[in-house]
Design a protein around this ligand. Sequence first.
Ligand SMILES: [Mn+2]
Length: 313
Amino acid sequence: MAPPAALRGTPQGAALAAWQGQFRGALAEEDADPLPDEERQGDAAERSRYRAVFISDLHLGTAGCQAEALLDFLKHYPSQTLYLVGDIVDGWQLRRRWFWPQAHNDVVQKLLRRARKGCRVVFVPGNHDEFARQFHGHSFGGIEVRNEAVHETADGRRLWVVHGDHFDGVIQCAKWLAYVGDNLYEFTLRLNRHLNSLRARLGLPYWSLSQYLKHKVKTAVNYVSDFEGAVAAEARARGYQGVVCGHIHRPEMRWIDGTLYCNDGDWVESLSALVEHSDGRLELVHWQPPARQTRIPLPEALPAPLPARAATA
Ligand SMILES: [Mn+2]
């Protein structure tokens, strides 16, 4: 946009044109880098507070992904290395229906930006983003793609980093478990009624679909512990002191027969991540979205306001 005709050729007009040029420049930069606020948080001193951050099962591209919470978490946990432990982008869902809101874009931009600012970002694809597995050994925008990785902690422990889907021979059970928390459970109860009125008309005895599902869920619960045991055993067999995985959306950190089993959880239900402090201490972080009520101005009579946000320490 040129300066108004009346100012053309005057010093004010020149200044205005220069300012407009700058503004356009700033906008263009904003376009390429939509999260300039991270510039400050990305410096080396801040980053060194956490040696590593592990996140998985973001499921970007699905309505279930809690992208806003994740953006908030990422802002508070800069690190030297960031592991993306699979199911980052949900290719299965995107193939069925395109769903890509701005917040999901922001997450991708934030990850790319982190890589540009000197954080080592390692992407270990999962089953929902298995399309990326063919790019093993390559890097994109500074993000390394590895089908599995090894992380060495500050105190010298070697952790095997893998998504974990190779361990589920019984994926059907995991699906049932997901259904139960869903409207589909309500649906199955309704289906159960219809099914049984049909069975009654055919002279068949009552058969409880919901009982059947509950049995399936119990099997799924066993499945979780079987999964954890199998992953830990494989890590041990490969000579690692521990393992970091995701996949089953169950944050966990415990010893299994002398091997450290860590599951960094997910950003659909549990909003959790695994972090390594500068001294090698590992911690499971359960992210709490900033409490809404602390944003409401407090009445004058109350003492000092509460801390604005609290991440579980
Ligand atoms: Mn998975």
